[in-house]
Structures are given as C-alpha cells and as structure tokens.
Design a protein around this ligand. Structure first.
Ligand code: GDP
Ligand code: MG
Length: 301
C-alpha cells in the first residue's frame, strides 16, 4: 500500500476534433474499453471517465465528445461538455490526427486554448498512417501554433509511443489523495456501459445520418442462477421510417447488432450475456431535456 502522502491524482482531459482517436487512446491507457469507438464522427456523446493506476498515481482520463462547429442542440451540449471537461482537469491533452493536420476544428481548439492562456500536452495520433517527413513538418507547424508543455507522437491503435506518454503523465500528476477506489476503471454504471456498447454496434452497422438519430437505453437487467445475465434494451429512433432500417430485412440488421453487442458484453463482464433488443420511435428525443439529463449534458448549452 502506498503511503497517502506519496499518492498522486491527476485529472487529464483529452480534447480534440471529432475522430482524432480520443476514445481509442483512453481505452488503451485504461487497458480496457470504457468508451466506445467508431469510424464515424461524434460517436462519444458525453464525458466518460477512464481510470488508470500506475505506481503511486491515479490517472483519471476525461474522454470528451469532439470539439466542432455545432449545428443541433445535442451538438452544442456535447461541445460544452468537452470544454467543461477541460476546465475541470489538471492537464489537457490536445489530440491531433496526423493525417488531417491542423484542420478547421483543430484550429478552433488551438485558438481557444491560446485565448484562455492554457498550456496543453500535444498528442499527435495515427502516426502509423503517415511518413516521417510529413510528421516532422506537422510537428513543426504545431509547435509554432500553440503553447505545449510536451509533444508526443503516438498511435493509439497500435500502442506506439503510448508508454512514454503514460510515464510523462504519471510524473505530471499533482500530489494528492486518490479520488476513486483502486479497482475502479470508470464512473459509468454497467447498464449505461451496456447501452453504449450497443450504440457503438449501431454506429458500426448503420450508415449516413441514421446513427445520429439513434439512442439506446437499458430497460432490464436480470441475473440468473447460472451466472448469466439477460439485458433488455430499447433502440430509440426519431421517425417511424427509421425503424425498418434498424430492423433490416427480416430482422437481419438488429440480429447482427445484438450478436456483436452480446459478444463484447460477455468479454467485458466475464460471464454469459443475452441481449434482447427492441426498436421504438421517440420523436424529437434530440430535443428532450430528460435525455440530456441522463447523459449529464446541459440542455441549455
Ligand atoms: P474520437 O472521436 O476522437 O473519440 O475517435 P475514436 O477513438 O472513436 O476513433 C476514430 C477512428 O479512428 C476509429 O475508427 C479508430 O479505430 C481510428 N483510430 C484511432 N486511433 C488510431 C490510430 O492511432 N491509428 C489508426 N490508423 N486509426 C486510429
Ligand atoms: Mg470518442
């Protein structure tokens, strides 16, 4: 047991444009999936905590929805939540996608950090996708456009460079008592995590605008004597016409979603899982204050 006076505890917000790999990095740092990932933008809807114990340090990562120019009410709330995460943190990790460089969204973040006089730790991600010379050029341009305490080049996907980043984060965590139990990895309740996992499968299975019209809620959670659990969930869509697309021909789509969700939940929870999915229409859930409250988002952001 580490002496309380030697404990470190650092809140680290991961900030960046949509799709730069924030959730992938947080999952890798935590060592297990706490935040869902997809190739589509705006997969993460709210702040997700992922916790890593490393030597005397408890690192609490705040995965945020991306920062982008908002269009809908939900967008505004997500962006506000991202900046709120940064305001609460001891350190900010600004993440840039090496293949995209300083695009409009990233530029907006760089400008805002500068306006607030905030120093961030720069993390250039997806280095597995670009060549060395391009990477060096990008690093040069970035170091001139912001105030960074450190610069790391990593691949959150392959893990390249993540060990060095982690070592630096441990060093930079302020001295102070741990805020969470040592074995806690997230602040997300199992029911919500299970709903998020299913929502990830919806993102992976459905295309164009539809994933953004979907929200998932866990309705039932029944543990059986044989150690298995039956999880019932409702996939809400915004319009009656979207129901058929989620179901797919003869129910094939929803079956695929249910199967891949089940496989992952079994891995996560370490026991057998049955997933029962239902599709319902809830018009305008994107304008429903109660949904925002469920996700810890500010309806009036
Ligand atoms: P977020 O929106 O910033 O949270 O991004 P995600 O973590 O959801 O990742 C967006 C997409 O980029 C997903 O398809 C990831 O698999 C992919 N991705 C994340 N990190 C890397 C990386 O280091 N290399 C490559 N090639 N892909 C990555
Ligand atoms: Mg994300």
């Amino acid at each position: 047991m580490i002496d309380r006076s030697e404990q470190r505890c650092g809140f680290m917000a991961v900030l960046g444009a949509p799709n730069v790999g924030k959730s992938t990095l947080v999952n890798r740092l935590v060592g297990t999936k706490v935040s869902i990932v997809s190739p589509k933008v705006q997969t993460t809807r709210t702040r997700v905590l992922g916790i890593r114990m490393e030597q005397s340090a408890q690192l609490v990562f705040i995965d945020t929805p991306g920062v982008f120019v908002p269009k809908r009410r939900l967008d505004r709330a997500m962006v506000a939540s991202a900046w709120g995460g940064a305001a609460d943190a001891d350190r900010i990790l600004l993440m840039i996608d090496a293949t995209k460089g300083i695009d409009a969204d990233s530029k907006m973040i760089l400008d805002k950090l500068r306006a607030q006089d905030k120093t961030a730790l720069l993390v250039i991600n997806k280095i597995d996708l670009i060549d060395k010379q391009n990477l060096l050029d990008l690093t040069d341009r970035l170091s001139q456009s912001g105030s960074f305490s450190d610069i790391f080049m990593i691949s959150a996907q392959t893990g390249d460079g993540v060990k060095d980043l982690l070592a630096r984060l441990v060093e930079s965590a302020p001295l102070g008592p741990w805020m969470y139990p040592e074995d806690q990895i997230s602040d997300m309740p199992s029911r919500l995590l299970a709903a998020e996992i299913t929502r990830e499968k919806v993102f992976l299975q459905l295309h164009q605008e539809l994933p953004y019209a979907v929200t998932v809620e866990t309705e039932g959670w029944q543990e059986k004597e044989d150690g298995s659990v039956t999880i019932s969930q409702i996939i809400y869509v915004e319009k009656p016409g979207q129901k058929g697309i989620v179901l797919g021909q003869g129910g094939s789509k929803i079956k695929t979603i249910g199967q891949s969700s089940r496989l992952e939940l079994e891995q996560l929870f370490g026991h057998r899982v049955h997933v029962k999915l239902f599709v319902k229409v809830r018009e305008k859930w994107g304008d429903d204050p109660e949904r925002f409250r469920d996700w810890g988002l500010d309806f009036n952001a």
